[in-house]
Design a protein around this ligand. Structure first.
Ligand code: SAH
Ligand code: TMP
Ligand code: ZN
Length: 405
C-alpha cells in the first residue's frame, strides 16, 4: 500500500512491470555494472482516478545535463508545436505585452514560435544540454525545476503570465500540488493553462503500455486532471484530443469561473466512464492485455530468429525501454537499434544493452524486419522508408495491433 500523490488515498498497484532501468538511461559498457533499476508498479486511485507509478527515480537522475531526448528530432512534432503555438496566439492571447511561460521547453521546439512572433517568453528546462540548444537559438530559458517557489521568482522578474504551457512534462512531476499552486500564482486572472500528455484512455484502448516508464509518474485522464485542479480552485474549460505520442490529450484550464466550460469536457468524461477508467475490472483486463501483447511480440521475434531472419529495432525511444525489459528482448533477438540522435549512438539500450547505432547503419544493409519502436512517428517514418518496403522488407508493429506490415 502507498498513498495517492494527488488525494492521499491508499492505493495498491494493479500491475508490476518488474525491474526497470531509466528509460533514457542509454549507457556505455563500463557503466553496466552500476546501472540503476527500480520496480515499476502502477496503481489506480479509486478516489481521484489518477493512475500513477508507486515508485519513481529522483528527478536529478532522470533530468540532467545528459538528457537524451531532444524534441527537435521529429519534423512532425515541429509542425505540431508550430500549430499549438499559433492556436495559443490567435485564440488565447490578447493583452498588450503578453508573457508566455513553458515548462519542459527542451530545445525550444515550441517557444521558437513565440520568439518569432516577438512575444515575451520564458522556458523552464532543467536538463542543461537541451536547454543550451534553445539558448543558442535565442530562446529565453532557465535551467530549473518548476515549482511554487520558482513561480514566485518568475513573477518578481517578469510579472504574471498570460499563458502557461507544457507538453509531455506535467505527467513527469510527482509534486503536483506545488506545480499547480505555482501555476495558479503565476497566471493572470484571465490567463490560460494549456498542457498535453499521453492520454490514459488511449493507453487502455490500444494496450500501449510502453507509455508507462520512469518519467511518466502519472497517466492522466480528464477525470483525474479535473479533480487535481479543482483542489486549487481551477477548472478544466476544454479538452482537445491529439494524435501525438500515440494518442494525447490537451487540457485547457483557467481560474475557476473565469471562462465558459466547453461541452467537450463533459463529452470526454462520458467516454471515460463508458471505457470504465474508474472501474477496478478495467485494470484487471488491462494487465491481461499487457501480458498477451508481451507474449505475442516475444514469440514473433523468437520465431523470426529461428528462421534465421535479421531483425533491427527502429528508433531508440524512451518507450522502447519498457518493451525491451518487460518482454525480455535483448541483442539475441534484435541486432541493434538505429536512431538519429547523436547522444544515443554508440551507446547501449537501458537494461537489455542492445547496441544503438546511427541511422545510416540501417540504410546501409537493410535487415529483413524492422521493429518500429517509434510508432507515434509511423506516418513520418513509413513515408521516409519507402525503399525499405519496396525491397520487400517488413515492419513489425505492436501498437495499436501486433502484426507484420
Ligand atoms: N516539451 C518537449 C519535451 C518533453 S520531455 C516535447 O514535448 O517534446 C520532458 C522535458 O521536461 C525534459 O526536457 C525535462 O528536462 C523537463 N522537465 C522535467 N521535469 C521538469 C520540471 N519539474 N520543470 C520543468 N521541466 C521539467
Ligand atoms: P519519441 O517517440 O519519444 O518522440 O522519441 C523519438 C526517438 O526516435 C528519438 O530518439 C529520435 C528517433 N527517431 C529516429 O531515429 N528516426 C526518425 O525518423 C524519427 C522521427 C525519430
Ligand atoms: Zn487519488
Amino acid at each position: 500500500m502507498s498513498k495517492c500523490l494527488v488525494c492521499q488515498n491508499e492505493i495498491s498497484p494493479f500491475i508490476s512491470f518488474g525491474k526497470m532501468p531509466l528509460a533514457n538511461g542509454f549507457l556505455t559498457q563500463d557503466q553496466f555494472k552500476e546501472e540503476y533499476f527500480f520496480e515499476m508498479k502502477v496503481a489506480h486511485c479509486s478516489k481521484c482516478n489518477m493512475v500513477q507509478l508507486t515508485e519513481q527515480p529522483t528527478k536529478e537522475l532522470m533530468f540532467n545535463e545528459h538528457y537524451a531526448f531532444y524534441s527537435g528530432t521529429s519534423r512532425a512534432m515541429d509542425q505540431h508545436f508550430e500549430q499549438f503555438a499559433q492556436h495559443v496566439i490567435s485564440d488565447y492571447i490578447n493583452s498588450d505585452n503578453p508573457f508566455v511561460v513553458e515548462i519542459g521547453s527542451n530545445d525550444g521546439i515550441m517557444l521558437k514560435n513565440f520568439k518569432k512572433a516577438n512575444i515575451r517568453h520564458l522556458g523552464i528546462e532543467p536538463s542543461e544540454n537541451v536547454a543550451a540548444v534553445a539558448r543558442g537559438n535565442g530562446i529565453n530559458t532557465i535551467s530549473k525545476f518548476f515549482n511554487k517557489e520558482l513561480a514566485e521568482e518568475i513573477i518578481k522578474e517578469y510579472g504574471k503570465a498570460d499563458a502557461f504551457l507544457a507538453a509531455n512534462v506535467m505527467c513527469h512531476i510527482p509534486y503536483m500540488h506545488s506545480v499547480v499552486d505555482g501555476i495558479k500564482t503565476l497566471l493572470k486572472p484571465n490567463g490560460i493553462v494549456m498542457f498535453e500528455d499521453p492520454y490514459w484512455g488511449d493507453v487502455i484502448e490500444k494496450v500501449s503500455y510502453d507509455q508507462i516508464y520512469d518519467e511518466h509518474v502519472f497517466l492522466f485522464s480528464v477525470q483525474s486532471i479535473k479533480y487535481l485542479f479543482e483542489q486549487h480552485d481551477m477548472e478544466v474549460v476544454d479538452v482537445e484530443p491529439q494524435e501525438t505520442h500515440g494518442g494525447s490529450m490537451r487540457y485547457v484550464i483557467a481560474h475557476k469561473g473565469a471562462r465558459k466550460i466547453s461541452e467537450n469536457v463533459h463529452k470526454q468524461i462520458k467516454k471515460e466512464i463508458a471505457l470504465g477508467l474508474h472501474l477496478p475490472e478495467t485494470y484487471v483486463t488491462f494487465k491481461k492485455n499487457c501480458e498477451a501483447s508481451r507474449d505475442k511480440l516475444k514469440s514473433i521475434l523468437v520465431q523470426l530468429k529461428n528462421e534465421g531472419k535479421r531483425v533491427v529495432g527502429y528508433a531508440a525511444t524512451s518507450k522502447s525501454t519498457t518493451i525491451l525489459n518487460y518482454c525480455d528482448i535483448g541483442s539475441d533477438l534484435i541486432e541493434f537499434i538505429c536512431d538519429t540522435t547523436p547522444i544515443k549512438q554508440g551507446k547501449y539500450s537501458p537494461g537489455k544493452h542492445v547496441p544503438i547505432k546511427p541511422y545510416e547503419e540501417f540504410k546501409k544493409d537493410y535487415p529483413d524486419y524492422a521493429l518500429l519502436f517509434a510508432y507515434n512517428h509511423a506516418k513520418e517514418i513509413l513515408a521516409k522508408e519507402e525503399e525499405f518496403k519496396k525491397m520487400n522488407k517488413k515492419w513489425i508493429m505492436y501498437v495499436p495491433k501486433i502484426g507484420i506490415k
